[in-house]
Write a protein of this length. Structure first.
Length: 305
């Protein structure tokens, strides 16, 4: 079953020391458009597996919404609205993750408090926000091509969500109903569900994924960066901290005030100058008057020659 493990108190984001500086200075993280992550099958792996499986599934699980499910899956991937996500791991000090995300000996593993991530919200255009929603965090599941049990469960959950939607619509007054067709609802649900399923080759990452609220409903602005080979769209996700109430006039309204700092710890990855880097990171937090972040050196004896 999905997400049956208890959530850890702290999850870890592997990145460069330069990005750590940006996170500390801005008190925010970036949620990237799903289609621009490093797994090139990120937006297609789950959907393609469900397409291959759906006919067999419906033979064994007949549904009056089966045709809508087939039609939703038949639509080109470009019509699935990709969510914006930020990736974390439940592993604090991992050699595969140092190699993948922290090249050139300048990486860190930033330990974020789960409680803070769950309170995070999108940066906004102006105080006139349509609605305010918190980010959600879910464990990623890893799908092999022959994992039919997981594929069937995802299809079953999508139909169950549609059934629940039907019941909720019937209970609403006519003028308050959303009027979303079954195919459109299933397409949205499949897109959101597939962002929590990755190729089984990434299983060692033990990923926990933050899914940003839909930006169209929050008034948040898309931002763009150009790291190497293409322009990448992302959303700025604000962490809860007392400073926000001073810097942003609507801080109280956004619920960003929090008595604890959002970062729990930092592990300095394999580097030629570990002692100097640990000292510098400690000084960074001291300069921000934060005294409860643990800074450690990686235990892994690896060097990037």
């Amino acid at each position: 079953m999905p997400n049956v493990l208890s959530d850890p108190d702290v999850v870890y984001h592997y990145t460069s020391a330069a990005t750590l500086l940006k996170i500390v200075e801005s008190e925010s993280i970036w949620a990237t458009n799903l289609q621009y992550l490093n797994d090139i099958t990120e937006s297609t792996h789950c959907i393609n597996a469900l397409r291959r499986r759906v006919d067999n599934f419906l033979v064994r699980n007949p549904s009056e919404c089966g045709e809508a499910l087939q039609s939703a899956l038949a639509i080109d991937e470009g019509n699935f609205e990709p969510p914006y996500v930020a990736s974390f791991s439940s592993v604090e000090d991992s050699l595969p993750l140092w190699r993948s995300y922290c090249t050139n000996g300048n990486g860190v593993s930033i330990g974020f408090k789960m409680a803070a991530l769950k309170k995070s919200v999108l940066a906004y255009k102006s105080p006139g926000i349509f609605s305010l929603r918190n980010s959600t965090l879910k464990r990623v599941e890893y799908l092999g091509l022959d994992d039919f049990e997981l594929q069937d469960r995802i299809l079953r959950e999508c139909l169950e969500e549609l059934s629940k939607h039907h019941t909720e619509e019937e209970d609403r007054p006519l003028d308050e109903r959303f009027g979303i067709g079954d195919e459109e609802f299933l397409r949205w649900g499949i897109g959101r569900r597939s962002c929590l399923v990755k190729h089984s080759g990434f299983e060692t990452e033990k990923e926990i994924r933050l899914i940003a609220p839909p930006h169209l409903f929050t008034g948040a602005s898309l931002k763009f960066r150009f790291p190497r080979s293409t322009v990448i769209p992302y959303l700025e996700v604000l962490m809860p901290m007392r400073k926000h109430e001073e810097v942003r006039p609507v801080g109280r309204m956004l619920g960003l005030k929090d008595d604890s700092y959002f970062i729990d710890s930092v592990v300095v990855g394999p580097t030629p100058n570990p002692d100097l880097t640990v000292k510098a990171v400690k000084l960074l937090f001291e300069s921000k008057q934060v005294d409860n972040v643990t800074v450690l050196e990686s235990d892994i004896p690896y060097r990037d020659l």
